[in-house]
Design a protein around this ligand. Structure first.
Ligand SMILES: Cc1cc2nc3c(=O)[nH]c(=O)nc-3n(C[C@H](O)[C@H](O)[C@H](O)COP(=O)(O)OP(=O)(O)OC[C@H]3O[C@@H](n4cnc5c(N)ncnc54)[C@H](O)[C@@H]3O)c2cc1C
Length: 491
């Protein structure tokens, strides 16, 4: 019991199932620290809604930690300067945190923090936050490792934490106004309690038809879990969600009957997406460059010089003249969330029909998504833009999606009141023609002799087990890749 610790909260704003907090219990003194980093505030993916969600979560966390005897300090500045400053008044010897798989700036910051800790003789211990492994030598066995990680028991709740006798200013948790930043769009309830309520309402009621509601922007709002922001800021752990969902699955099995069997099927669909969450983040962990560069370098130069600001603005402002695309964008901009299929369609439209590079549109979308999670985001941006080299080329037709997902035009009328009036613009591009041209341009690269070798390399590094096994077979024995979106996402 000789250690003096700092628990550095990053994207893990909770008390329950929190390994760094559990480790702090054994220390002589400990305090919590959240650093509002200037680099993050200046990052191109930053949006006021992100801070508002964190701010509200921190207010709750500060109360919850105080009730257990631990202060939570808020500091603004750069890392590791904040740590150096803190150490003058509070001579800590241990720094505890979760691992973070973030944007390039956070990776560089972690390296600086590691160097500072080494110089100062501070021991920095990090625990995995998700089923994402560091370093991962080989992708083989990843699914088994994920399973092992998730099967571990949840950490016991901590009722009493060590505090400190040092006289330290806790620091205000600033509002956006205090930061001199614009206000945020309305956000859903943040914090650990809201995360639990969201999870429970999904498992007990809202998720009973999950797979049938997923693709419709009208139904998904209620029928999907809506846990993504909570997972992104760690107000609930992935571990907790997997455990609770599996417990629910057991209850349904015990219950038996047609209704329970059907509910269990939907719940299994949900569980498979939790797997994807980590599978995608692992890609960024293994290759941080995918935030900036194509997975398959054969696509370099394909769109880089074709950025068209006018097309981008029309897309970003929801005035492309394609009603369903525009309604989805308006909904996203107003609420900070839209379902998976509509995200994919928005990106497909930008990347193929408007031929815009995924990096520019991806930064814009990162600001719109409350749940921005770099590993999922950049992998998905590239998948929906045809630059991974290993995924089926899927160019969503906005008119087909509209007919399938909003046949009565209800969603479009809700989000695009000017639709059908003289104020609404004509289509910005001829749909069929530009889609055909985009397909040809991508295939011209895919047919190059080196494309196959590059795809094999991407698959080896990032593919899920099933895809790698399929690719390893001689071509004559290869079954075609699964046509469904669900399985396709595994690659
Ligand atoms: C271009 C694009 C960008 C995306 N960017 C993000 C992002 O920044 N952050 C983010 O959390 N999700 C992102 N997604 C994935 C997905 O759209 C969201 O996770 C989902 O819509 C969130 O709503 P939910 O929590 O109700 O999901 P649910 O359908 O209830 O799924 C439960 C959880 O599983 C995970 N999940 C679901 N679908 C996927 C998927 N396709 N890939 C990986 N994980 C998944 C999420 O953590 C989600 O919270 C993106 C998808 C696309 C096409």
């Amino acid at each position: 019991m000789s250690d003096i610790a700092v628990v550095w909260f990053k994207r893990d704003l909770r008390c329950a199932d929190h390994a760094p907090l559990a480790a702090a219990v054994r220390c002589r003194a400990a305090l919590g620290l959240y650093v509002l980093e200037d680099e993050w505030l200046e990052a191109p993916e930053w949006d006021p809604q992100h801070w508002e969600f964190i701010r509200q979560s921190l207010l709750e966390l500060r109360r919850a930690l105080a009730a257990r005897g631990m202060p939570l300090l808020l500091r603004r500045g750069a890392m590791p300067a904040v740590l150096a400053q803190l150490r003058r008044d509070y001579p800590f010897t241990e720094l505890f945190s979760h691992q973070e798989t973030g944007a390039a700036w956070s990776y560089a910051r972690d390296r600086r923090v590691a160097a500072w800790c080494r110089e100062q003789g501070v021991r920095w211990r990090e625990w995995p936050q998700f089923g994402v492994f560091r370093p991962l030598a080989r992708r083989d066995g990843w699914a088994a490792a994920w399973e092992q990680f998730m099967a571990k028991p949840l950490l016991a709740a901590v009722d009493r934490l060590p505090g400190t006798t040092a006289q330290l200013d806790q620091g205000e948790i600033p509002t956006l106004r205090a930061l001199d930043r614009p206000g945020a769009r309305p956000i859903p309830p943040a914090g650990e309690m809201a995360a639990q309520q969201t999870l429970e309402s999904f498992l007990s009621e809202r998720g009973s038809r999950y797979l049938h509601t997923l693709s419709s922007p009208l139904l998904a709002e209620q029928g999907c879990s809506r846990l993504s922001a909570h997972l992104a800021y760690g107000t609930v752990s992935m571990h907790q969600v997997v455990h609770r969902a599996r417990q629910r699955l057991r209850e349904l099995r015990e219950q038996g009957g047609v209704e329970a069997v059907e509910r269990a099927r939907h719940l299994r669909g949900f569980l498979s997406r939790l797997h994807w969450h980590c599978h995608f983040i692992q890609k960024l962990e293994d290759e941080p460059d995918i935030e900036f560069h194509n997975f398959s370098r054969i696509y370099d130069g394909l769109r880089e010089d074709d950025w068209n600001e006018e097309r981008f603005s029309a897309w970003a402002e929801g005035r492309t003249g394609f009603p369903f695309v525009d309604a989805c964008m308006r909904c996203l901009r107003a609420t900070g969330w839209i379902n998976f299929r509509m995200r994919a369609m928005l990106v497909s439209f930008a990347s193929y029909h408007l031929w815009l590079h995924w990096r520019g549109t991806g930064l814009f979308l990162a600001r719109q998504f409350l749940d921005f999670e770099p590993g999922i985001h950049w992998s998905q941006m590239q998948m929906q833009s045809g630059t991974t080299g290993i995924n089926t080329l899927r160019i969503y037709s906005p008119s087909k999606q509209w007919a399938d997902q909003d046949p009565r035009g209800e969603f479009v009328r809700r989000w695009l009141p000017e639709w059908g009036s003289a104020d609404y613009p004509p289509p910005i591009v001829p749909e069929q023609q530009v889609a055909r041209a985009a397909r040809e341009k991508i295939w011209a690269r895919r047919r190059l002799p080196e494309a196959r070798a590059q795809a094999a390399q991407v698959l080896r590094r990032h593919g899920a087990g099933a895809d790698r096994k399929r690719a390893a077979k001689p071509k004559s024995q290869q079954k075609p890749p699964p046509a469904t979106e669900q399985l396709d996402l595994f690659s």
